[in-house]
Design a protein around this ligand. Sequence first.
Ligand code: EPZ
Length: 436
Amino acid sequence: MDSLLIRGGQQLSGQVPIAGAKNAALPAMVASLLTDEPLVLARLPAVNDIRSLKLLLAGLGVEISEHNSTTELRAARLRSTHADYDLVRKMRASVLVLGPLLARAGEAEVSLPGGCAIGARPVNLHVEAMRALGAEVVLENGYLRARARGHRLRGGEIVLPLPSVGATENALMAAVLAEGESRIVNPAREPEVGDLVRCLVAMGARIEGFGGSAIHVQGVERLGGARHRVISDRIEAGTYAIAAAITGGCLKLAGAVADDLEVFLATLRGAGVDVVAYGDGDDDGDDEGGGVVVDARDCRLRACDVATAAHPGFPTDLQAQFMALMTRAEGESRITERIFENRFMHVQELERLGARIRVRGASALVSGPAELRGAQVTATDLRASVSLVLAGLAAEGETVVNRIYHLDRGYAGLEDKLRACGASLERLPGRADAAA
Ligand code: EPZ
């Protein structure tokens, strides 16, 4: 497995084009299962999670082709309703096929995704949502076997005890083809869910109330094809914002949408970094469109406290990166993780680089500024991995981040983008240490 060698200490400057959002692209691709007509998606990021999902969808009968930077997905006829363990375990988001398969074919057999480095991450809310729409769901031999009574789901009320992103998406993709009206109470409000709603509406779905306390869906007989452009990746944008801040540099994040990152950007300002949104707020990823400039030259980083929360709160997917930044800030910051119970796996690795962090329950107390020095570190999930890259950029000497396959799952062209802004890093192919 590859590693990344980083020679720290370079101030980054330049422009970074922000890619399409992985976590919006994945459900949009799955939505292709809902129609026999082509769904054409623009701006799918070139990351391994997208490649894994293509394999899974192809196995279900989706024909996938690329044309001029768009991807066409067509499920003219479903070949199978079985999502196999080997594919699902690679990527938890695969469980999103449950709702659309049930809605389109009246049945689905989807492997449980299994454990995950950032906590237990159960799928009980997905299952309950399907049951509320009239499906029978049983767990047998590690598979969720689901069947719609009378072959078609019927509208119902889905009350989510917490606003799960995936369960909201699964419920939406099931309810759009169910008979009658559905209500999803306490749904997720993340921009990626909003993007799925836009995609489904473009396909002919009738959905109202996204962003509020309940989403209403009026089921339709069939959905058609559509063209949809995936939103800009707010987590990638936030990650590069921290790359600028932690190296005392200045980066223009072309295509970043400030409105999707309000709380995060306000926190960054609170830490002393200059953040300015420019342009018209669209996300074309070029100079004419919108973006955000993050300038940390001449800035003295100050400690600040954050607690992750569902959108519009501080995103859990930027918690590890923000912790890396706070190691360099003056004072003590308290970082509290409220979404996942085990998302501090980066703490020990940041300590190897010289960070001073104490974990107290769901909070990490970071004392700074710490002098970071290069070391060997090992990544355990996507965002933890990138937090180590960020710390490595600010550390003196050489840092080697092992097991970077996590990075390849979610960051398109990370090394090229960083190098183009002045970072010094290279990929070391196939180190035997990471075989486990
Ligand atoms: C999505 O995961 C994202 N993944 C995650 O991104 C992100 O961290 C997370 O939302 C929170 O924003 C994708 O969009 C593909 P949840 P998801 O259901 O849908 C609990 C990344 O790095 N829960 O909103 O799986 C769960 O355990 C990743 O890109 C249940 O208890 O997250 C967690 O504590 C990782 N039962 C909380 O809800 C369920 O059935 C929120 O999870 C489902 C979830």
